[in-house]
Design a protein around this ligand. Structure first.
Ligand SMILES: Nc1ncnc2c1ncn2[C@@H]1O[C@H](COP(=O)(O)OP(=O)(O)OP(=O)(O)O)[C@@H](O)[C@H]1O
Ligand SMILES: [Mg+2]
Length: 167
């Protein structure tokens, strides 16, 4: 466990494309943490993921509601933004615990704000802002997380070699 994969994303289009690679391998039950500063690209990645998974509408950050539910490919995807989460008791009161179940994917921006109440992740994705573009690092923490990471790497390699062959 703890296997790691790092890559550079040169611009927003590459973040969206990497989100699409995450969508292809997605499995119900996964818990994904997204780390990185304000404006690092977390919501952009989720947008790429949800659009590739078949969601046709907008993907906005649930800054005030804390979570936005989607249904794609026959299961639920819950997109959390916990930047404004302050009160651990709100977790139970809002019923957030029930969102974490084998039929649902949970993707969480700002997990640091709710570390006392959040379940542990299958995979961590960390963004670092570079002079130009972003660096992204993925770390698996469970058997399903490792399987997911392996599939992402395989799919992403394929899409890279495909785009190269068009050059
Ligand atoms: N690889 C990239 N290189 C350069 N700019 C990028 C890249 N990916 C996304 N961006 C841009 O960076 C910004 C990221 O905004 P986004 O809302 O996704 O950040 P966030 O991490 O969700 O921030 P917050 O913590 O405020 O929710 C957008 O303006 C987007 O166009
Ligand atoms: Mg965001």
């Amino acid at each position: 466990m703890g296997a790691n994969f790092t890559l550079d994303l040169a611009n927003e289009a590459e973040t969206l494309e990497f989100g699409a690679a995450l969508a292809k391998a997605l499995q119900p039950g996964l818990i994904i943490y997204l780390h990185g500063n304000l404006g690092a690209g977390k919501t952009t990645l989720v947008r790429g993921l949800l659009h590739a998974a078949g969601h046709g509408g907008k993907v906005k950050s649930p800054t005030y509601t804390l979570v936005e539910p989607y249904t794609v490919a026959g299961y639920n995807v819950y997109h959390f933004d916990l930047y404004r989460f302050t009160d651990d008791e709100e977790w139970e009161a809002a019923g957030f615990r029930d969102y974490f179940n084998p039929q649902s994917v949970c993707i969480i921006e700002w997990p640091e704000k709710a570390e006392n109440v959040l379940p542990v992740p299958d995979i961590d994705i960390s963004f670092t802002i570079q002079a130009s573009g972003r660096n992204v690092s993925l770390t698996a923490h469970s058997v399903p997380g490792q399987r997911y990471l392996d599939t992402i790497i395989k799919n992403y390699d394929k899409s890279l070699s495909k785009s190269k062959s068009y050059e």
